[in-house]
Design a protein around this ligand. Sequence first.
Ligand code: ADP
Length: 263
Amino acid sequence: GSDAAEPVIPFAQPGSLTRVYAVASGKGGVGKSSVTVNLAAALAKRGLSVGVVDADIYGHSVPRMLGVEDKPTQVDNMIMPPQAYGVKVISIGMFTPGNTPVVWRGPMLHRALQQFLADVWWGDLDVLLMDLPPGTGDVAISVAQLVPNAEILVVTTPQLAAAEVAERAGAIATQTHQQVVGVVENMSWLELPDGSRMEVFGSGGGEAVSDALTRTLGARVPLLGQIPLDTRLREAGDAGAPIVLAEPESAAAQALEKIADGL
Ligand code: ADP
């Protein structure tokens, strides 16, 4: 048999003090990565030691949203992650040449994730956020195997059709025996100049996912917050400065701060 020892993942060891959150969504484009980077920045602002693993093979937008252009470096046998705003970042996109799309097969993804968790010099993290690809794919299963104590954070829009898909992404926790820490509803409304709210994507999705997962898992899965649509949130992401830092007074930033408090 093989005598190669399995790489040690510090976050998965008994007694690890790092809270690990796997940020999941049913569909793409609901704001999962935006929520991930803003929570990371909000937690780092509080003085916590924070890392982000961008495991979204389709999107890998985390480095851009945090303004990270540096590549990881290698020191001895460890990978040193680049940092921004006090957040250490590793992305699957940092290991693919240019913008070339790479077809990652399940086992390759698993090995890549394992390396991100075991061979990156994270130091003593208080919080590790993992931005998962949308849906209930190989990566979610790999995370559950590699870091069984990772808690799932589900991001959805208010749209009920989207909420049903998001619920499936959360319900995977029954099979993997993970905790679901809560639900975030994003793009909840657009505030109009007269102060009224336009519900662009309908309403009730976050509450629906929270209720359904609470029933399925037999444990309270709270709706941690609702984030309004805000052009500045997108602009801040495009500019590599999360809105919680760039526009901390905005309603969207305040909602994200409240969600960070609930973690
Ligand atoms: P996902 O990770 O779910 O694919 P992203 O975080 O990449 O989603 O968001 C998709 C797009 O929507 C991005 O351009 C992002 O800037 C934008 N976006 C996300 N949330 C909001 C929001 N609350 N208001 C305005 N734009 C948003």
